[in-house]
Design a protein around this ligand. Structure first.
Ligand SMILES: Cc1cc2nc3c(=O)[nH]c(=O)nc-3n(C[C@H](O)[C@H](O)[C@H](O)COP(=O)(O)O)c2cc1C
Length: 173
């Protein structure tokens, strides 16, 4: 699958079949995540793989009851190691780069999962402190996204995008 096809056909999937994901696919997805660009190549990401039903349920609860999280065979909690960016870039690393870098890793995960035939969803609506507690995150590690992954049990239509004419500007606004 070429990159444009992966970008075009990827959807947020919120219903999963229970089939487990083979370990070599999990590794491929994580390697894709780690190939994301990052400011100064600091790579501030950390990935927590959650497969235990009780922990997935706790994440679904922390994500304001988004039940499909508990349904997926694998949930990856993508976190930003804030001090890894702050050490080099201070406040900008802490507030901006570590989040941007981690978001780039999230997008690679979504595209890699799709290219391997899995569905996934970027979940950002959650109680930060609750998610941090569930995964036992150290003080300097901030959860950025919860990504449930599994074989899709739905085929959603492509959500509308704003027209380019509305969001693209020549030279200035
Ligand atoms: C930062 C961010 C946070 C999101 N949080 C949630 C979420 O909490 N729950 C959810 O179901 N989808 C969430 N989404 C997925 C969006 O709803 C989805 O990407 C958007 O509707 C476009 O659909 P598509 O991904 O199928 O193109 C989030 C996406 C992003 C980028």
């Amino acid at each position: 699958m070429d990159v444009f096809e992966a970008i075009r056909e990827r959807r947020s999937i919120r219903s999963f079949r229970p089939d487990p994901i083979p370990e070599q696919h999990v590794q491929k997805i994580l390697e894709a995540a780690c190939l994301a660009p990052s400011a100064g190549n600091c790579q501030p990401w950390e990935f927590v793989l959650v497969r235990h039903p009780e922990r997935k349920r706790a994440l679904a609860d922390a994500a304001l009851g988004q039940e499909f999280i508990a349904e997926a065979p694998l949930v990856i909690v993508v976190c930003a190691n804030v001090s890894r960016s702050a050490w080099r870039y201070g406040e900008r690393g802490k507030k901006l780069y570590c989040i941007q870098d981690t978001a780039a890793a999230v997008q690679n995960i979504l595209l890699a999962a799709h290219a391997l035939g899995y569905g996934a969803c970027w979940v950002g609506a959650f109680l930060d402190e609750e998610v941090a507690r569930v995964i036992n995150a150290p003080e300097n590690v901030r959860p950025v996204a919860i990504i449930p992954i599994g074989k899709p049990a739905e085929r959603p239509a492509r959500p509308r995008r704003l027209p380019l004419s509305q969001v693209c500007h020549e030279e200035h606004f």
